[in-house]
Design a protein around this ligand. Structure first.
Ligand code: 5GP
Length: 183
């Protein structure tokens, strides 16, 4: 599905699939350099990071492993509280591993901040963050992002793994969801 298929539901297309693919190629080249001979473990946060994980790992020229976590944030409605319950944990032991957490989007940063503390306590050799999108104006906590796709305005977006009510994850472009869809 592309933006033309759901044009009436979007007020603006922010990034096309071509722009996303281009940026991921650049990030992958950087990771190739930074992790040559390190056999990194990429940890994806379900469900949103599925698309970015699939595309980023295939753009790499080095070996890597993948594992997944699922978390649920105890929030008030649409607001993240930063208190996180682990619904699915990793199958991989992180001791001594070079870990890159792969995220779809950092909004307040509260969920990821909790997750990073949790992962750091498992004694990886290194722990970095790659996120496809970040909303700098929504951040409530300082998060050290090593690999960033794009910054976004502080609005609700869908596409490229990001859903609204389970829909739009399979939208290849990323756009701002029109108010009439959720009001
Ligand atoms: P945080 O704890 O950083 O506020 O929450 C991050 C999570 O909120 C993301 O992993 C994502 O699931 C969800 N999220 C934040 N902003 C958006 C957005 O604009 N669109 C969608 N679809 N999900 C978002």
């Amino acid at each position: 599905m592309d933006a033309a298929d759901v044009a009436a539901d979007l007020t603006e297309v922010l990034y096309t699939s071509d722009q996303i693919a281009g940026r991921l190629t650049e990030i992958a080249a950087q990771i190739d350099q930074d992790y040559a001979d390190k056999d990194p473990l990429l940890v994806g946060v379900l469900n949103g990071a599925v698309m970015v994980m699939a595309d980023l790992t295939r753009a790499l020229h080095i070996h890597c492993a993948m594992d997944w976590m699922a978390v649920s944030s105890y929030g008030m409605g649409t607001h993240s509280s930063g208190v996180v319950r682990i619904l699915k944990d990793l199958s991989t032991d992180l001791v001594g591993r070079h870990v890159i957490v792969v995220e779809d989007i950092i909004d307040t940063g509260l969920t990821l901040s909790y997750l990073m503390q949790n992962l750091a306590s498992r004694n990886p050799a290194s722990l970095k963050i790659m996120t496809m999108f970040r909303k700098p104006d929504a951040l409530k906590i300082d998060i050290d992002v090593t690999y960033l796709g794009f910054d976004l305005p502080n609005q609700f977006v869908v596409g490229y793994g990001l859903d609204y009510a389970g829909r739009y994850r399979n939208l290849t472009d990323v756009g701002i969801l029109a108010e009439h869809v959720y009001s």
